[in-house]
Design a protein around this ligand. Structure first.
Ligand code: ADP
Ligand code: MG
Length: 394
């Protein structure tokens, strides 16, 4: 689960980080009031979960600026916020359709002498959180990481003890903060590390962390992603969820107890068990196809779940064929075949359906499908299933 910049900044501030003053608004009038309260230049920041807002553009607005706009005078505030709330914001991370904006952060503008990147992620190769930092932060960090990965400093963090003071000090030194700035930078890194561990983040970043000409060190932007599997112990974080930012199909699936992740291909997959779902996607790709999704209906796979799964898959206009790959372990194959047939009738298929069943009562399941008179192709084995569905999608 992701949260907005203003929410991430509140968490950081609560952990002791210095952040610029800001007020969240939902209308041009409220933005003007906030501007008056700030009493100086502000930056208007569209609140969407996607990154790259600064370089983004508001779709069809005809404006040459994006989701981060520097404002000097009161008169500019209203019209800019109007555009932000009216047109979807398209960034590198939103896809072409863009993302609607319903909140704008009116943030005190900072003078910037330096922009630095700091972020924490889980490094799966070493099985530890890692604090990453780069002296060349800001909107170009992806390019720096791709062009000169050696410029990204990495410090593994022991999750039991957290980021140690000596580690923060060492990083501050390597990032060439002055003696006066270093303690401020260290306290920002410490706050980031603390939030990351306490709230079970999978990613937390401050980009940019800025140094002002006066020597202040501030978190100007913040992004956080939380481990969904740990949300049960963070009701405070769960409350920050913004469903308007989440993929509607993924939300719908979660409510039925399905794990659904939307992808970019054209073959819908309905599988039980995460491991089988992964290998199903692999074998589709191996045979030249592209999965439209990852969908795990779980071990039980009852009729309601299968029906809802079909609805979600077929609501996706890109889906040109569907592969059902189910191992009847907890559920028997004849029960699953019955659920597929019932769902097939209820949902109304516009795409060819290939079904591969294996497991208990395998003699009955495929027979039921074949005898149903419905346009369902049965397959034996993963390879056969993958080949058939790839051909059907073409
Ligand atoms: P994103 O990463 O989504 O593009 P940021 O909040 O990082 O959004 O903003 C992009 C750039 O805009 C920053 O790198 C910084 O240069 C500038 N910026 C952002 N907030 C402020 C601010 N409060 N004052 C001055 N400049 C800002
Ligand atoms: Mg940023």
């Amino acid at each position: 689960m992701k949260i907005h910049e203003y929410q991430a900044k509140e968490l950081l501030a609560a952990a002791g980080a210095a952040v610029p003053r800001g007020i969240v608004v939902t209308s041009p009038a409220a933005a003007q009031q906030a501007f008056d309260q700030m009493g100086g230049p502000v930056v208007l920041k569209a609140q969407v979960h996607a990154g790259g807002r600064g370089k983004g553009r508001f779709k069809d607005s005809g404006k040459d600026w994006g989701g981060v706009k520097f404002i000097r005078t009161r008169e500019e505030v209203g019209p800019v916020v109007e555009v932000m709330l009216k047109y979807p914001l398209v960034t590198k991370q939103t896809g072409e359709q863009g993302q609607r904006v319903s909140k704008v952060l009116v943030q005190e503008a900072a003078d910037i002498a330096r922009e630095i990147y700091v972020g924490m992620v889980i490094d799966r190769a070493i099985g530890l959180p890692v604090l990453m930092a780069c002296a060349e932060g800001g909107v170009e960090i992806e390019e720096v990481a791709a062009r000169s990965p050696e410029k990204i400093l990495r410090v593994p963090v022991n999750p039991d003890t957290g980021l140690q003071p000596f580690q923060a000090r060492r990083l501050a030194y390597d990032l060439e903060f002055t003696a006066e700035q270093a303690p401020k930078a260290e306290s920002l890194m410490t706050a980031l590390g603390r939030v990351f561990l306490e709230k079970d983040c999978s990613l937390a970043e401050i980009n940019p962390l800025v140094v002002t000409p006066k020597g202040d060190v501030l978190a100007l932007d913040a992004k956080m992603t939380f481990d969904d599997n740990a949300l049960f112990r963070h009701s405070d974080i769960e409350q920050l969820r913004d469903e308007a930012e989440e993929n509607p199909d993924e939300l719908r699936a979660a409510r039925t107890g399905l794990t659904y992740i939307s992808l970019t291909g054209n073959i819908g997959c309905l599988v039980n068990g995460a491991g089988l779902a992964m290998s199903t996607m692999d074998i589709i790709k191996y045979h030249g196809g592209e999965p439209a999704n990852f969908l795990d209906v779980g071990g039980g796979a009852n009729k309601e779940q299968v029906t809802e799964a079909f609805r979600i898959l077929l609501a996706d206009p890109r889906v040109k064929a569907v592969l059902v790959n189910i191992f009847g372990g907890i559920m028997k194959c004849d029960i699953i075949a019955g659920a597929i047939l019932a769902a097939f009738k209820e949902v109304g298929f516009h795409a060819p359906l290939v079904v591969r069943l294996e497991g208990t009562n395998i003699e009955q399941g495929p027979k039921m499908l074949a005898e149903s008179g419905q346009n369902i192709t049965t397959a034996t084995g993963m390879t056969d299933a993958a080949k058939k569905v790839v051909a059907a999608a073409r």
